[in-house]
Design a protein around this ligand. Sequence first.
Ligand SMILES: Cc1ncc(COP(=O)(O)O)c(C=O)c1O
Length: 401
Amino acid sequence: MSDNAKKMDRFTTELLHGSRLKDQYGAHVTPIYNTSTFVFDSTEQGAARFALEEPGYIYTRVGNPTTNELEQTLAKLEGGEAAIVASSGMGAITATIWTYISAGEEIIADKTLYGCTFEFLTHHISRFGVKVHFIDMTDEEALRNALNEKTRIVYLETPANPTLKITDIAKTAEIAHSFNPEIKVICDNTFCTPYIQRPLELGADIVVHSATKYLNGHGDLLAGAIISDAETIGNILLVGIKVMTGAVLAPNESYLLMRGLKTLAVRMDRHCSNAMKVAEFLNSHEKIETVYFPGLADHPGHDIAEKQMSSFGAMISFIVKGGRKNAAVVADSVKIAALAVSLGSPETLIEHPASMTHSTYNDEELLEAGIPGGLVRLSVGLEDPEDIISDLAQALDKVEL
Ligand SMILES: Cc1ncc(COP(=O)(O)O)c(C=O)c1O
């Protein structure tokens, strides 16, 4: 067995046994502590908890036993010291950025990002005196040129949504940290999950997730996660989550997310093997101009993906010949895949980024980010791969060139 396979086996065990809360009844499954507040024995105890001198719960916005159990598991899976979950991926991302940025400071971000992250960085954080430089993070010179004494955050997704562009995490972190070790390199690991890629081990400082996607894996909740060292997570909890956003995850959702997480490894194995087959089918189809999937040998980021990912994920984008009109024909003609945004659900989902998830980009920004009107994004589900392929084949038959 290869070292990687052994590591993955241990990961799978960790998913199930990573942390287990012991309650007074010996419950095997973590109970849901549906309480907003916790009773103190005395004012002295309450004061000691507020002063962080005594461990223990105070109020669910700053901690809850069900949520805490989930956070400990996520920290172990990502190879971090600590984690916090949030009410959505955007809650996790904004809480993290608000904690580490002040007026007059700067962020360097990749120009290809999930649409709402891009919108936050383009239109909203700029209202607070923060400057954002958008670059192609795969261009090392561009990163070196953008770094300056005001840089506080370097932000990237890899694979990027929706183009599946791969950035070398270790290289990016090395360049940023050798300029200034205080810079926080933040990596959105939503497309991979820690089963496939562990950015902290590669040098990133903070990992953020939309846990709405593969981590939960059932398309039935919204959640986010942040993983880092204990001091950083303590800061984000007390500033970004507790005060600046209040984007806390409710105990019911923590429980559901923990339940979904248990099957992450088996789901990801099937998602990834299905995606490889679908990508090969699309890549040989005469009505498709380009397929973006890091598992294909001709993908520009294939070699880096092989180095930093243990498999290639299950997100595929492709450009249909004939542009936007024909992209719509494909997306409107599928019968098994659902025409819906989001990703990482058990069912295959298809969407049109330029008019949906990335409609926050204007036409010029879409071109800069490599998101033409003919691009369709596919989240390959857990169905029989032959059914996914024949569904796409019949939809592509409807395209007239
Ligand atoms: C890569 C990525 N990051 C963050 C988000 C935001 O997550 P949420 O929808 O849970 O707020 C998304 C949502 O699609 C995403 O794709």
